[in-house]
Design a protein around this ligand. Structure first.
Ligand code: UDP
Length: 369
């Protein structure tokens, strides 16, 4: 494996500008990937919607901005949903520029979860790599991910083994985890703070179970996140005694980590196969133990008894009992776990090694005409 710097094109999700927050967890992932790869000495070109911003210490990175209409997210699609691309879509706009830039680059890394770039992979000469950001949400996406995997599984990477297990892969999955600029998260020692929950306010995130556990303990639950589904937010509020939920709104990372860091525990209650669980690691980085359902990424990230507790999915009684035991967790172990496994340095190193392995294989592969 050579150590010479690579020229990499990084393509943002076609939902919002990089730095706007619209792209959810993918944005945080790509920003820390860019930071980590720059620190490793690579040359980067970022392709993203107009209005995008790069992290502060990335002045040498080329930013190619594209105008277009946001792509609808696959997050709430039905299993049989078709691929839809709006008129003047950002998705084809991003990929027109990315494929051109990819002609002279070593590789193109896709951060979005979209059918078009996956389908293009075996049909173009640019070397496309996909960091798959969700599990199985719709059959047309599952099919195209599995088709790329059957052609060359080295072109795909996943955040966790649990996420990758949603797909039929010809061999072991490339699992790269995720990474965070840990200098943005301050370790806080307090142990008697409130309970917290963070994430998009949407049914797949299972806020109702966290609220029920807080209510069972007669405590308040601090909730941070974008109210994506208003009706669902109101429903959750109606299910627990008035005042149980303290809606804190969507906060910047700086504010979020400050408030979250005071918490005694973060509760994480996904109802879907969460690909990773950024908020779990963000809490750990502040020294906050996490009590979560043993489902999806969080079930793989939390080390029971060391950085939090895992309970059977959808078991609110077990969740409540585990919250009573959270004081036995040593908060400094939570921070150490994040430093060891989820810094932008270790993440970018894993991504680099995935891409280099895929590029070595590339000499034997010819694109289909
Ligand atoms: N988040 C934030 N401010 C908030 C609540 C959440 O910036 O007030 C961010 C959080 O840092 C995380 C993202 O929203 O990076 C949610 O990502 P996650 O992987 O937990 O879920 P997703 O929304 O991508 O399914």
């Amino acid at each position: 494996m050579t150590d010479s710097p690579l020229h990499l094109v990084i393509v943002n999700t076609p939902i919002g500008a990089l730095g706007s927050g619209e792209g959810g967890g993918v944005e945080l992932t790509l920003r820390s990937l860019v930071q980590g790869l720059v620190r490793r000495g690579h040359r980067l070109t970022v392709v993203a919607a107009k209005g995008s911003t790069l992290p502060a210490d990335c002045s040498g990175v080329e930013l190619l901005e594209v105008e277009g209409v946001n792509q609808p997210s696959w997050q709430h699609a039905a299993d049989h949903a078709p691929v839809e691309i709006p008129r003047n879509g950002l998705l084809p706009g991003l990929w027109e520029i990315a494929l051109e830039a990819g002609q002279t680059a070593d590789a193109v890394i896709n951060g979005g979860y979209d059918w078009l770039p996956l389908w293009l992979t075996q049909r173009v000469s640019a070397r496309l790599f996909h960091l798959v950001s969700m599990g199985d949400v719709a059959s047309v996406m599952r099919d195209v991910i599995e088709a790329v995997a059957a052609w060359d599984s080295r072109r795909l990477a996943f955040h966790t083994h649990r996420q990758a297990a949603d797909f039929r892969l010809p061999g072991p999955a490339n699992v790269v985890g995720n990474g965070f600029d840990l200098s943005n998260y301050t370790f806080q020692r307090p142990t008697n703070g409130p309970l917290g929950w963070a994430g998009r306010i949407a049914p797949e995130k299972g806020l109702e179970d966290a609220a029920a556990a807080a209510a069972a303990l007669g405590e308040q639950l601090l909730v941070w996140g974008f109210r994506e589904d208003e009706a669902y937010a109101r429903l959750v509020e109606s299910l627990v005694p008035a005042g149980t939920i303290d809606w804190r709104g969507f906060r910047s990372t700086k504010e979020l980590q400050q408030e979250l860091g005071c918490c005694r525990a973060l509760i994480n209650t996904p109802k879907w196969n969460e690909a990773y669980g950024n908020v779990v690691v963000e809490a750990l980085a502040c020294g906050v133990p996490v009590v979560a359902y043993d489902r999806g990424g969080p079930g793989e990230l939390i080390s029971a008894g060391r950085t939090g507790w895992l309970v059977p999915p959808d078991d609110v009684f077990a969740l409540t009992e585990a919250l009573r035991r959270v004081s036995s967790i040593e908060r400094s172990l939570c921070r150490s776990w994040a430093e060891e496994h989820a810094s932008c340095e270790v993440f970018s190193q894993r991504v680099e090694s995935w891409v280099r392995t895929g590029l070595m294989a590339d000499v034997s592969i010819n694109p289909r005409s």
